[in-house]
Design a protein around this ligand. Structure first.
Ligand SMILES: O=c1ccn([C@@H]2O[C@H](COP(=O)(O)O)[C@@H](O)[C@H]2O)c(=O)[nH]1
Length: 306
């Protein structure tokens, strides 16, 4: 007897649309869940698996019903080995169950065949670490990310690809010229725009996002300083028009402020998803203080972004 193939599972609402709904309801903020060793100590917790569990439990209880997006930083969990990964799995599941979107910050990128396994690990809805979106690195080649781009499209999840990062060390590589003369970061953004344009009609906001450092306003060779790239490999406002979200790390501890964002993004401002980790987490372990700090950031960002 021949088996009738199972009908394909309907894809979830695309990530871009879910993100739009979440930020409209809860405000334009992503809070990073970065259990730094120093924060564990400041919170009076052990620098061990018990401390990690309590830290994540507190952040989840304080913020899961409040923020649109949380961004657990995988490195801080991986350093505790398999037990740290187990805490990460629970943290992802708990935030998602409470209605927050989870963007897992893993910055993966590898040759295509290995990339398929990374895609399965984070973007297959049956995977233990399945998340609403992940961060990816294109620096083994944007097309090497294809398995993750395809699985994200099929499963209704999202990706955020590093374009121009918030750290000063990223500049020389990301401002270098491609063979066609375009800057490397601008090339990444143009490719993301094409992915979003290829999304089925009816999705007004794409699921293929970029990472752009909030620290780059007014920086020579940064973002938005020139109409053309000024010969310095910097990004123009037009480069940021990718039809999808722009994750903006670098606010707070790295020095960027909400009032920097209009000059940084220009007409792309409504696509902004600002991200803050330490400048919220330093207010813990008091849940009320964590919530108040988050409210302050949401208020300041909403006043700028709308
Ligand atoms: O360009 C980038 C890309 C990612 N990050 C990550 O964001 C947070 C920033 O933490 P803060 O405490 O708010 O500075 C962290 O997890 C980084 O790995 C980034 O900073 N810049």
């Amino acid at each position: 007897m021949t088996e009738t193939p199972a009908p394909p599972r309907p894809a979830a609402t695309p990530f871009g649309e879910r993100l739009r709904a979440a930020t409209a309801a809860r405000g334009p903020l992503c809070v990073g869940v970065d259990p730094h060793a120093g924060l564990l100590r400041e919170w009076g917790l052990g620098e061990d698996i018990g401390g990690l569990e309590r830290f994540c439990g507190t952040v989840t209880e304080a913020l899961a019903d409040k923020v649109a997006v949380v961004k657990p930083q995988s490195a801080f969990f991986e350093r505790f080995g398999s037990r740290g990964i187990a805490v990460l799995e629970r943290t992802v599941a708990d935030f998602r169950a409470a209605g927050a979107l989870v963007l897992l910050d893993v910055k993966r990128g590898d040759i295509g065949s290995t990339m398929g396994a990374y895609a399965d690990a984070y973007l297959d809805p049956a995977a233990p670490l399945f998340s609403d979106a992940v961060t990816l690195s294109p620096y083994l080649g944007f097309e090497a990310l294809r398995p993750a781009l395809d699985l994200a499209r099929a499963s209704g999840s999202g990706v955020f690809v590093l374009a121009r990062t918030s750290n000063p060390e990223g500049g020389p590589l990301q401002r270098a010229r491609c063979a066609d003369g375009r800057g490397v970061a601008a090339d990444v953004l143009a490719r993301l725009a094409r992915e979003n344009a290829a999304t089925a009609a009816g999705s007004p906001f794409g699921s293929f996002g970029a990472v752009v450092g909030a620290t780059l306003a007014g920086v020579p060779g940064g973002v938005g300083a020139h109409e053309g790239d000024g010969g310095d490999g910097g990004l123009t406002h037009a480069d940021l028009d990718i039809g999808g979200p722009l994750l903006l790390p670098g606010l707070g501890a790295q020095g960027a402020r909400p009032e920097d964002l209009p000059a940084l993004l220009g007409p792309a401002l409504p696509a902004a998803l600002p991200s803050v980790s330490r400048d919220v987490l330093r207010h813990g372990p008091d849940r009320g203080a964590l919530r108040s700090a988050t409210d302050r950031w949401i208020g300041e960002l909403a006043a700028v972004i709308g």
